[in-house]
Design a protein around this ligand. Structure first.
Ligand SMILES: [Fe+2]
Length: 342
């Protein structure tokens, strides 16, 4: 099944006078509540930018391991540059997984994820922060002269979509329309594609184990290979099918925090499927599966706490105590073994 599509066009056309697009804002909020994800059509996004980005990332990931390792910054918890395969350990979500029906259980996996990732900051950044790893200098890989321009072009498009979604979502949730935007303006947003060499793994192998994203929203351009599965609020596992020309957006942990669980962080996994294996046999495309991922983040020094009327939800005070976003990120990075010493 395909995810419902939210078209941003109406909202972008009539930003000041929301007569008809207010409905789109409410639909966005409802779809994100039900699915933890939505398909998004944004007329500003050009598929060609995604293609240039995927082409470059495939070339990057196809390089030998020792070349890619030059770009790793473990001292910055891998928050810029490359994260090698077998570094990130999905956190233990077995309490949640136990509640799922047998046919909707996550695919079993052992140990750390076999995916690589590259992280590149997008957008304005704070001059300083208590969390230096979140505002650190970018890494530009050797031999990729167009790296900054290609990364920024695509990343800024995704970020603009992310900001529009944040504004529409605030309206759809009956919050002031800048309620989320003001927390995001100087967030350390990361263009964070993953890469996995399909030929090395059999059908059924887990590339990214069952997890949720620690940030506010995650946006994805269309990947060239399938393999992503998401869980709805009711715990139904569905293959993520996004119509051509659309993006995918997923709810992250920070958005759950700000809405006291009205929107829940979306669980997902990436698995080598039969369909993916078949696709790799066709044509002569790269055998690296690359994701086109942007993590939209709340500013590290901002406070995460339920906003507006969400403060009055029953579990708000108990489960979502005010905490700095940077501290929440650090705690999550520690849990997935990217940070060792907080
Ligand atoms: Fe994820």
């Amino acid at each position: 099944m395909e995810l419902p599509v939210i078209n941003l066009n109406g909202f972008l056309q009539e930003k000041e006078n929301l007569s008809s697009s207010e409905q789109d804002c409410r639909k966005l909020a409802n779809v994100l509540r039900q699915y933890g994800a939505a398909a998004i059509y944004d007329p500003r996004v050009e598929q060609q930018d995604n293609e240039s980005f995927l082409n470059m990332m495939e070339r990057y990931f196809e390089q030998p391991t020792e070349v890619k390792l030059e770009d790793a910054r473990p001292q910055l918890y891998y928050q810029v540059g490359v994260t090698p395969e077998f570094t990130e350990q999905p956190r233990d979500n077995s309490v949640y997984a136990k509640k799922l029906l047998p046919e909707h259980k996550p695919t079993a996996f052992k140990g750390k994820d076999c995916k690589w990732r590259f992280q590149w900051r997008i957008g304005e950044r704070s001059e300083s922060s208590k969390y230096p790893e979140l505002v650190s200098e970018p890494v530009v890989p050797r031999g990729f002269p167009d790296w900054p321009s290609i990364m920024n072009k695509w990343g800024e498009k995704l970020l603009a979509t992310g900001f529009t979604i944040a504004e529409m979502l605030a309206i759809g949730l009956d919050l002031p329309r800048d309620a989320f935007l003001r927390l995001l303006a100087k967030g350390s947003h990361l263009l964070a594609p993953t890469g996995v060499d399909i030929d090395r793994y059999e059908k059924g192998h887990v590339v990214a184990g069952f997890h949720y994203d620690l940030n506010f929203l995650t946006l994805h351009g269309k990947a060239r290979y399938p393999g992503l599965f998401i869980w709805t609020r009711e715990g139904i596992r569905i293959p993520c099918k996004v119509p051509d020309g659309c993006l995918l957006v997923q709810v992250g942990a920070q958005l759950e925090y700000l809405t006291a669980g009205y929107l829940e962080k979306g669980f997902h996994e990436v698995v080598i499927t039969e369909e993916l294996k078949q696709k790799a046999k066709q044509g002569n495309q790269s055998h690296w599966r690359v994701s086109s991922t942007l993590f939209v983040h709340v500013e590290a020094d901002a406070i995460l706490e339920p906003l507006g009327h969400f403060q009055h939800l029953e579990l708000a005070k108990q489960n979502y105590v005010p905490t700095e976003a940077g501290a929440q990120v650090a705690q999550e990075l520690y849990a997935i073994q990217l940070a060792q010493n907080i």
